[in-house]
Unconditional design. Structure first.
Length: 266
């Protein structure tokens, strides 16, 4: 933890974040289609289509069950894409990292700014999905307000999770030699989390081995928190989920700083 705190990070990391934001503002209209419509298609297609054949022990409709999972999983994809393929292009193809490091911006500033921007893209995706869920709530009661507007905390949780997933994707980016190699990271790391992280299936009904393995998957903890906020059913175990995410984020952040220094500092 002391090594993380001693990272060469200054206010200039916000300049890196601002640079990425300014680029996004030029293309945001083209980039909003996928984050908005794919979650909607999944929620309606699976929630209502497959949901006709799914009976949950909790008595929930299937669309109510998967909505919090979609809020957790699809922002992860946005963050992974930005901190994976996006960061690789800026590092290896566009030489943006090298250009920034040639200024007073440090390499740690660049990496931290990339992590912050990746998390921001996750929050942007969360906003889209939250708007969709709220719009559908009068029809299928997707978001509960019985315990107050807890759903507003979905966004800060998305940012916290985005920091973790961005650091994870950047760590993978620091090792690959072409952007196509990131497909291995997605296939071996992200896809298992996506399918066994509690997004589409209740883990309580899974075999014990699956439940144990899923506990070590970062997405599972994000899903648990978002599900509690969306349904209004809070549990003390959510504090453990938050602590787990914080620890993993710190470890991944330290790892990506070291790995990027080895790769980029000759």
């Amino acid at each position: 933890m002391m090594a993380v705190l001693s990272a060469d990070v200054s206010y200039r990391t916000l300049k890196v974040w601002q640079r990425n934001r300014d680029v996004f503002m030029h293309i945001w209209k083209a980039e909003m289609i996928w984050p908005l419509f794919e979650p909607l298609i999944v929620m309606l297609g699976l929630g209502l289509g497959l949901g006709r054949f799914v009976e949950l022990e909790s008595g929930q409709d299937y669309i109510q069950f998967i909505t919090p999972g979609v809020m957790a999983a699809f922002p992860m994809w946005g963050t992974i894409a930005e901190a994976g393929w996006g960061s690789y292009n800026r590092m290896a193809n566009q030489k943006t990292f090298a250009a920034m490091v040639a200024t007073p911006v440090s390499l740690d500033d660049v990496i931290t700014g990339e992590v912050l921007w990746g998390a921001t893209k996750g929050v942007i995706s969360s906003v889209y999905i939250l708007v969709v869920a709220l719009a559908l709530t009068p029809f299928w009661d997707l978001v509960s307000f019985s315990e107050g507007p807890l759903v507003v905390f979905v966004l800060p949780v998305s940012f916290l999770a985005g920091l973790m997933f961005a650091a994870m994707a950047l760590l993978a980016t620091s090792f690959v030699r072409s952007n196509t190699q990131l497909a291995y990271f997605v296939s071996l790391v992200i896809m298992p989390m996506f399918w066994v992280g509690g997004v589409f299936f209740p883990l309580s009904e899974m075999p014990q081995t699956i439940r144990t393995l899923s506990w070590f998957m970062p997405l599972r903890h994000v899903v648990d928190i978002q599900r509690g906020l969306v349904t209004g059913e809070l549990d003390l175990s959510m504090l453990m989920d938050v602590a787990w995410i914080l620890v993993v984020t710190a470890v991944l952040y330290l790892a990506v700083l070291r790995s990027m220094r080895r790769r980029l500092i000759k």
